[in-house]
Write a protein that binds this ligand. Structure first.
Ligand code: ADP
Length: 248
């Protein structure tokens, strides 16, 4: 499909706290093209989570327009928003958010189950996704039997299994050591090169350096919007990092 994946125009979100109104987002205008890899930065309280919640159709704006993949979503009902969430958006979280007593494969199948895909197709598609993140041999492991990096790869496979238009990642490397973080970023850069649009929140400049564009928030506003001339190449950085003894 042609056209930008995300268009936000004058997007605003107010929260009422008693008699007080918090202007969490104050009229944000931004366009994100398909295939971009965006880092969202800014101090705590600057509106990053509010922005991501709106992008992810988890919340509705107080004012403004939000067009996702050509569809105006700002005024949709909760049911319609849930449908869009399940089909167009993949979420990746700092805490991985995998179901604990459930295998890697079943975790990846879950969004397909919600989408009503028949069991046989679910299994095949989930298998293919797990293989694509390098975890074909970990299908039946439970999250507690996987390293942090492996758990995040399962979570990325789960986010991708519905073939979403965009991945929203909230501090996806926040719980990972340096090498594992760069491995996860290498995976994201590869997926991005294959055409996936990624919006990633981070408070670390070191992580934002892997993105191709950085949006910086302050006080509910976009303070800067900068293209990164030459983003770090995670594969190259990995090659230069010392190799540690890795638990399988
Ligand atoms: P960030 O993710 O950058 O830390 P947030 O988007 O969470 O920033 O918050 C932006 C502002 O909105 C902050 O002042 C925060 O306290 C306020 N805020 C966020 N969510 C709520 C809420 N549910 N109710 C009231 N105020 C909120």
């Amino acid at each position: 499909m042609a056209g930008p994946i995300i268009v936000a125009e004058g997007l605003a979100k107010d929260y009422r706290l008693g008699s007080h109104t918090v202007h969490a987002l104050r009229g944000l205008t931004v366009t994100i093209e398909r295939g971009e890899f965006i880092a969202v930065m800014g101090p705590s309280g600057s509106g990053k989570s509010t922005f991501m919640n709106l992008l992810g159709c988890l919340d509705t704006p107080t004012a403004g327009r939000y067009v996702l993949g050509g569809e105006d979503v700002a005024g949709l009902s909760p049911d319609a928003l849930a449908r869009i969430r399940n089909t167009k958006i993949g979420f990746v979280f700092q805490q991985f958010n995998l179901l604990p007593r459930t295998s890697a494969l079943e975790n990846v199948e879950l969004p397909l189950q919600y989408a009503g895909v028949p069991a046989r197709d679910r299994r095949a598609r989930a298998r293919a996704r797990l293989a694509a993140v390098g975890l074909a041999d970990r299908e039946s492991h439970h999250p507690s039997q996987l390293s942090g990096g492996q758990q995040q790869r399962v979570a990325i496979a789960r986010a991708l299994v519905n073939e979403p238009a965009v991945i929203l990642a909230d501090e996806p490397t926040g719980n990972l050591d340096t090498r594992t973080s760069v491995e996860v970023l290498a995976l994201m850069q590869r997926l991005n090169r294959e055409g996936l649009t990624i919006v990633l929140v981070t408070h670390e400049q070191d992580i934002a350096a892997y993105a191709s564009r950085v949006l910086s928030f302050r006080d509910g506003r976009l303070r800067s919007d900068e293209r990164v001339a030459s983003p770090l190449d995670a594969e190259r950085v990995l090659a230069s990092l010392p190799v540690e003894e890795e638990a399988a």
